[in-house]
Design a protein around this ligand. Structure first.
Ligand code: R5P
Length: 238
């Protein structure tokens, strides 16, 4: 296992300490969250966690959890989630995060908003001084209808001025999310100056379904680095 994968696993296993028997657990998506899902499956098999219900945030995670024998439900069936565990693409000093480079942002946001505690798990390469600062994508999920028009309007928003907007591709076709939508990736030269204003402006655009800015959502962030695992809690949260 690579060093980065070892760090992802350390963060994920630490996060699973928040899961207790009889809980409804939001199961995140991505390479880091996959370690947490595996760990929950393992602890259930060993009888150390009982009566868990998982609410997956993507078809990928649904399939992983199903193969592990974790009982699953949807938000329709389990609208209240005790704890959700998921990775992130960027984490800023306020524990605001960018998510969705794996395309799962909409279901992730729905599940994590429904959770009492959202535990975010990352290796320390994800830490940034400001969101958008890694120069990698900040994803926006949009409907397929007239997507070029929506992409053009997104790129002209003053709240994300200077960003480059690109339709995410899968080979020679647009990438399609689990919700049958497209993704526009926004690339920034410098961190987003006002993420809250950017969030609102993007959401206000017709054709936009949601975006990968997860603001004021993370309760606990577990950051694994070569010097150890750090647990950071959002001030004012339990
Ligand atoms: O859509 C994907 C999710 O938001 C992931 O949680 C995020 O991209 C982090 O993924 P990874 O743990 O693979 O870096």
């Amino acid at each position: 296992m690579s060093l980065q994968d070892q760090l992802k696993q350390q963060a994920a296993w630490k996060a699973v300490d928040y899961v207790k028997s009889d809980m409804v657990v939001g199961l995140g998506t991505g390479s880091t969250a996959a370690f947490a899902v595996d760990r929950i499956g393992q602890l259930m098999k060993e009888g150390k966690l009982k009566n868990i219900i998982g609410v997956p945030t993507s078809i990928r995670t649904y399939e992983q959890a199903l193969a592990l024998g974790i009982p699953l439900a949807t938000l329709d069936e389990q609208p209240h989630i005790d704890v959700a565990i998921d990775g992130a693409d960027e984490v800023d000093p306020n524990l605001d995060v960018v998510k969705g480079r794996g395309g799962a942002l909409l279901r992730e946001k729905m599940v994590e908003m429904a959770s009492d505690i959202f535990v975010c798990i990352v290796d320390d390469s994800k830490m940034v001084s400001g969101l958008g600062g890694s120069k990698l994508a900040m994803p926006v999920e949009i409907v397929q209808f007239c997507h070029k028009y929506t992409l053009s309007r997104l790129s002209k928003l003053k709240e994300v001025a200077g960003c480059e907007a690109k339709l995410r591709m899968a080979g020679d076709k647009p990438y399609v999310t689990d919700n049958s939508n497209y993704i526009v990736d926004l690339y920034f030269e410098t961190p987003i100056s006002d993420p809250a204003a950017a969030s609102k402006a993007i959401l206000d655009l017709e054709g936009v379904v949601d975006h990968g800015l997860f603001l004021n959502m993370v309760d606990v962030c577990i950051i694994a680095g070569q010097t150890g695992v750090e647990v950071k809690e959002r001030p004012g949260k339990q």
